[in-house]
Design a protein around this ligand. Structure first.
Ligand code: UDX
Length: 467
């Protein structure tokens, strides 16, 4: 089928490249000329495992093109995806001006036969009808006969860092529309994915489940899924904070509750809280929509406030161990909101960094994919440079290869070998063996599992003497 994808952010570019990979002819449109030139040379503007490879092979096969010309893209597509950003406004509402501009652009350029317009951007509930209205208005201004179109909401659930894998292996495909014709075209578009033609071991798995519904319900599914996952994380973080006080280990608690199939084991990893381009923006937008319709979404507000507090928990933990932070040097292992991405949007590291700077601490950071930041932090290029002279290391991002560093060597390079594990990523005993005073989130502090408050380990006594 012929596809046009408007907007080449995470969702748009991954969708375009993956639809080309399953055999469709795709034109991706973006108004950013520099970005389009970069993609035309086979380079991805985002760090996403596997993406560049499928971009290049499909460009070579002639199935994937990039342009800044909206008219060219729309002319080409039987199915036109709107995949532009909907960033949060300072009020927490979604900024829909890009979706609006694209809807008008589609109306002004619509031509040829029947087309399906697909909302892939996470848009406020009710936007499907609004997009339809704007396209109709733009067509009316042209006073031309247009064969017709329908709007479908097709929310995206891909995760950064595993976006290509997620696109080929979705848990479900959601399609919202009142047009059976449009739904049938979307089913045809996704047929290779639904039939798992691009899944390893596809013969073991049933077809991908489809949820076919109306526009507003499809839009709501996206918000409800993200709000639920964010709430699940805030929940386990709250349990972790209680564990810290009563001497329980949240990693065991998460395992114990996660094995209940009604709860499920995923998204029960306690830590420094959730961030990124989706959860913060979508939970705030849902709270706003609820308010617009006269409902106070108290649970969701608490999900957000628990997360805000969780981001600063590390400051408390550093103060407990190092006491005065003014003049101390803290090293961040990782900066991004999660591993396998170079995305710093709404990363917990940002809030933590500001708080530490405010308290007079100096912050150094090592991140395997970040070489430039605007914040007040000294970036170093390897873990040894990071550890050199630090009073504490804080594990911010759980990159798998951080398991393979020589921690005994790092501990020796530090002024005080303290490890605050913001993701419960390490085995506390391994850290103790490497010479660290280890502090996790909601789990025992010392290697032998005893929580020590009055009897602080030797290293901490030295620390107290230093401060
Ligand atoms: C999320 C949704 O998972 C995805 O379906 C949607 O399309 C976009 O938003 P993403 O933002 O890429 O994807 O990241 P995700 O892997 O969901 O993690 C979000 C945040 O939650 C990260 O900061 C991560 O570190 C944190 N997290 C996740 C936890 O703190 N604990 C967990 O158990 C899981």
């Amino acid at each position: 089928m012929r596809v046009c994808v408007i907007g080449t952010g995470y969702v748009g570019l991954v969708t375009g490249a993956c639809l080309a990979e399953i055999g469709h002819s795709v034109i991706c449109v973006d108004k950013n000329t520099a970005k389009v030139s970069l993609m035309q040379s086979g380079k991805s503007p985002i760090f996403e495992p596997g993406l560049e490879e499928i971009m290049q092979s499909n460009m070579q096969a002639g199935r994937l093109q990039f342009t800044t010309d909206l008219a060219v893209g729309i002319e080409h597509g039987e199915i036109v995806f709107i995949a532009v950003g909907t960033p949060a406004l300072p009020s927490g509402e979604s900024d829909t001006r890009y979706v609006e501009a694209v809807a008008r652009g589609i109306g002004s350029n619509l031509n040829g036969g029947y087309k399906v317009i697909v909302n892939k951007s996470t848009v406020p509930i009710g936007s499907g009808n609004w997009v339809q209205r704007m396209i109709i208005d733009a067509i009316a201004e042209r006073q031309q006969d247009i064969t017709g179109f329908d709007v479908v909401s097709n929310p995206e659930f891909l995760r950064e860092g595993s976006a290509v894998y997620d696109t080929f292996n979705p848990d479900r495909i959601v399609l919202g529309s009142n047009s059976p014709r449009a739904i049938a075209m979307m089913q045809k578009l996704y047929a290779p994915i639904i039939e798992r033609k691009f899944t390893v071991d596809n013969y073991l798995l049933p077809p991908v489940p489809m949820v076919i519904t109306d526009l507003a319900s499809a839009e709501m599914i996206k918000y409800a899924a993200n709000a639920f996952l964010a709430t699940k994380i805030s929940f386990i973080n709250e349990i972790a904070n209680i564990c810290d006080r009563v001497g329980a280990d949240v990693t065991h608690v998460a395992k114990g509750i996660g094995l209940d199939s009604r709860i499920g084991s995923k998204f029960l990893q306690a830590g420094i809280g959730w961030g990124g381009s989706c959860f913060p923006k979508d939970v705030s937008a849902l709270i706003h929509t609820a308010k617009d319709y006269g409902y106070d979404a108290q649970l969701l507000k608490t999900t957000v406030s628990v997360n805000k507090r969780q981001r600063l928990l590390i400051v408390e933990k550093l103060q407990q161990v190092l006491k005065i932070l003014k003049g101390k040097t803290i090293g961040f292992l990782g900066l991004t909101f999660k591993p396998n991405t170079d995305d710093l949007r709404d990363a917990p590291a940002g809030d933590l960094l500001q708080a530490l700077n405010r308290l007079g601490a100096k912050v150094k950071a090592y991140d395997p994919v970040i070489s430039q930041v605007e914040a007040d932090v000294t970036l170093v290029t390897d873990p040894e440079q990071l550890a050199q002279g630090c009073d504490a290391l804080v594990l911010i991002t759980d990159w798998q290869h951080f398991h393979n560093l020589d921690y005994a060597k790092l501990a020796k390079l530090m002024t005080n070998p303290v490890m605050i594990d913001g993701r419960n990523f390490f085995n506390p005993e391994d850290m103790a063996k490497a010479g660290f005073y280890y502090v996790g989130i909601g789990r025992p502090t010392t290697a032998n599992g005893l929580r020590s408050t009055s009897a602080l380990p030797t290293v901490t006594n030295e620390l107290l003497a230093v401060s």
